[in-house]
Ligand binder design. Structure first.
Ligand SMILES: *Cc1c(COP(=O)(O)O)cnc(C)c1O
Length: 422
């Protein structure tokens, strides 16, 4: 290891606190974190010159690859003008253009307003606060409870995590946050006192943090119908599924569902910059019009950050010029065939799940320790993160055929090597 890499690691271990990380393990002498410094397409390079395939799209954000010339150029062009201006009391060209472009992605839908914020958690936080204020404004303050799905994940701010069902993250937040009613499937909706429910929030088609749990086909459409029948709004958390990840631009399009709130973040900028959007139905927006007390009092210093908006516009352009959704369709078929082959080759695999370029491989922990598998994949050049007993594969959507082959080969080799050891 170079002296410089050692210095960075020493600085990190002395002063940094990492997310979702047991710092005692992180700072242990035997632990040498990878220090990433460069990216190109689906590849990341560390300070030792080693190359890794970015198997989780840098925590589910990257779409068209790292260092894409078009996105880099868009950010540079904006930077030449100004890096950041306030969105309180002024506007800027790219935020105007981006809002229009986002609404055009759902033609004819009532989602005609875009509220910008910084990340997935705040995109959801905005929707929740808007919804509660909306109910106050229209004289239905008794509708103050959210229906949430067991093991959902909606982010880490207090409000968002109070409506996330992953108990190991949220048990403390639950007690302090929004009022909720937890269900595990549509069956649980029968018998609920619907007059106290404001909205239902769900990750459509697939619950990311819940080991990529897939909802049954038709579930989302039925949920939309149930919400409509009871005057309940539908908040879709497409922070992970948005922007082509499932094969359509948005997951809700698989079931022709239009929500009342659509929360977007991760892929919005192609994975280049923190920016989020809460798209809101016209009817909800209109309830906020009028006297000052009807204002939505919410905002962040970096709301609608111009560099993020520049990246987001370039990201959307690339979906057309690079035929991204067509690539997702071809590569996901290839990945799916590869997963079936892996299942046939390795008895340590309990099951696999996949939609678009989202896949999870559940391993029998009795046969193979997950952390050893992840470590071996890294040594072989594939970077990803597990969730409990599932290895998650979520590559950038620009991944090429030969890169899928490489990814599958590493998985195959690592599973084989490890089963020989144990
Ligand atoms: C990542 C994620 C969030 C939170 O987004 P952050 O940008 O990490 O705050 C919310 N919902 C889902 C489905 C996510 O995958």
């Amino acid at each position: 290891m170079t002296d410089q890499t050692q210095r960075w690691i020493a600085q990190d271990k002395a002063h940094v606190w990492h997310p979702f990380t047991q710092q005692a393990d992180w700072c242990a002498e035997v632990h040498f974190p990878i220090v990433l410094e460069r990216g190109e397409g689906v590849w990341l390079f560390d300070t030792e010159g080693r190359r890794y395939l970015d198997g989780n799209s840098s925590i589910w954000t990257n779409i068209h690859g790292h260092g894409h010339p078009a996105i880099n150029a868009a950010i540079r062009a904006q930077l030449k003008k100004v890096a950041h201006t306030s969105f309180l009391g002024t506007t800027h060209p790219l935020a105007c253009e981006l809002a229009e472009r986002l609404t055009q992605l759902l033609p004819g839908s009532p989602l005609s307003r875009v509220f910008y914020s910084d990340n997935g958690s705040t995109a959801l936080e905005c929707a929740f606060k808007m919804e509660l204020q909306y109910r106050e404004l229209i004289g239905e303050p008794e509708r103050d409870t959210f229906i949430v799905f067991e093991n959902a994940y909606h982010g880490d701010t207090l409000g968002a995590s109070s409506l996330g069902g992953v108990a190991r993250f949220t048990s403390a937040a639950r007690k302090r946050g929004f009022k909720s009613h937890v269900v595990s499937s549509l069956v649980d909706l029968t018998g609920i006192d619907t007059t106290t429910i404001a909205a239902t929030v769900i990750e459509p088609l697939v619950q990311g943090v819940n080991e990529m749990h897939m909802w049954p086909a038709g579930m989302l459409r039925n949920l939309r119908q149930w919400c409509d029948d009871h005057g309940i709004h539908l908040i879709l958390d497409e922070v992970m599924t948005g922007f082509g990840r499932t094969g359509r631009m948005f997951a809700c399009q698989h079931e022709d569902v239009v929500p009342d709130y659509l929360c977007l973040a991760k892929g919005l900028t192609g994975g280049y910059s923190p920016l989020a959007a809460t798209m809101v139905a016209k009817k909800i927006y209109e309830a906020f019009l009028g006297s000052p007390d009807r204002t939505f009092y919410y905002g962040h210093s970096y709301t609608a950050h111009p560099l993020g908006c520049a990246a987001a516009l370039a990201n959307l352009d690339l979906f057309d010029s690079e035929q991204t959704l067509a690539n997702v369709s071809e590569r996901s078929a290839q990945l799916s065939a590869g997963l079936r082959q892996l299942e046939a080759n390795h008895s340590s695999i309990v099951t696999t799940r996949q939609i678009g370029l989202i896949a999870a491989i559940t391993i029998d922990p009795g046969q193979l320790p997950m952390l050893d598998l992840i470590e071996l994949c890294r040594e072989n050049g594939l970077l990803t993160r597990p969730i409990l007993n599932s290895l998650v594969i979520l590559p950038p959507l620009c991944i090429r055929s030969e890169e899928i082959v490489f990814l599958l080969e590493i998985l195959d080799r690592s599973l084989a090597e490890l089963s020989l050891r144990s």
